[in-house]
Write a protein that binds this ligand. Structure first.
Ligand code: ASP
Length: 314
């Protein structure tokens, strides 16, 4: 098969403040370019989504890897998932502490264990066995994350208040289709500020934070984790595509359903098995970027869809 490669990435659906608008947009654009380069050189969709998400994890503008938000104890706990649409292989990790690139760790769960998901201490022990690079946890913590955590402690805001004000955070994700027509997804997050210790969100949960199936397409989600899990958002979008909807309509309908049914807001990116793709959200903003053919598309505000030819990018 010789398909046209596609990659789409997101940097989280939330009320991104103006001071982070440019760094978020630049971050998703460069991650999409990195992922596309992998595809262009014949890499698989699995490699491309891992590579794009690593770039976002390394960028402190996003709540994943470096820049992760802090839990109620002021500590980092990270979740991630990666899934291969060829055979539905999946690797996910939750509540891990000192790993800068949880997505690479999730990939070793996919490739080197008979399991789909590892959590907590056991996950960290396996990471050590696999020689996954670790970092002192404090290296992942940014000034911004500390300030935000202090604010939450001071005003005693709950996670529910956080999402009512849409001040929820910026998980990252990617979906791709390679030239063989294989799709994959990856999602990585620090979760939400002031979450209970041990809280696992939607991001590492199969069918909620992501799903990839060559027979339908691939999805990566972001937003209020507890709502996303209740409606299994990623699989819901693919279910809509299976019922004949376009990726855009499938995504919009699933997000509307989540809002109407459980009052949750969020966003997602999707690529179908035919290479059509979409980026949708019901929060104030979501930074996203997609590359399809020679064109880089990106946006941040509702309805925005800027396009630039890749030839015009250094
Ligand atoms: N979905 C993530 C979580 O609830 C947060 C986000 O996407 O911003 O852990």
């Amino acid at each position: 098969m010789n398909c046209k490669p596609v990659i789409v990435v997101h940097g989280g659906a939330w009320a991104i403040p103006d001071c982070l608008a440019e760094s978020s947009t630049d971050g998703v654009k460069s991650a999409a370019q990195q992922g596309f380069l992998v595809l262009k050189h014949g890499g698989s969709s699995l490699q491309a989504v891992e590579s794009a998400v690593r770039i976002l994890e390394d960028n402190p503008a996003f709540d994943a890897g470096h820049g992760a938000v802090l839990n109620a104890d002021g500590k980092v706990e990270l979740d991630a998932i990666i899934m291969d649409g060829r055979n539905l292989s999946v690797g996910s990790v939750s509540c891990i502490k000192n790993i800068a690139n949880p997505i690479t760790f999730a990939r070793s769960v996919l490739e080197k264990t008979p399991h789909a998901m590892l959590t907590g201490e056991g996950a960290n022990a396996f990471a050590e066995k696999m020689s996954i690079p670790t970092v002192p946890t404090k290296e992942l913590v940014t000034e911004h994350a500390i300030k935000e955590w202090e604010q939450y402690q001071k005003y005693n805001q709950s996670v529910t208040t956080l999402f009512n004000t849409e001040k929820a955070h910026d998980t990252v994700g990617a979906v791709a289709m390679d030239s063989e027509g294989n799709v994959a997804c990856a999602t990585s997050t620090g979760g939400i500020t002031n979450k209970m210790v041990g809280r696992t969100g939607d991001s590492p949960i199969i069918g909620s934070g992501g799903y990839a199936d060559n027979f339908v397409g691939a999805v990566s989600t972001t937003g209020h984790g507890e709502s996303i899990m209740k409606v299994t958002l990623a699989r819901h979008v693919l279910f809509n595509i299976e019922r004949g909807k376009s990726p855009k309509d499938a995504a919009d309908q699933a997000l509307d359903y989540m809002y109407n049914r459980v009052h949750g807001r969020g966003g997602l990116i999707v690529v179908s098995k035919t290479g059509e793709w979409s980026a949708s959200f019901t929060t104030k903003r979501m930074a996203w970027a997609g590359i399809d053919g020679g064109v880089l598309s990106y946006g941040l505000n509702p309805g925005e869809h800027f396009q630039v030819s890749l030839d015009n990018i250094r």
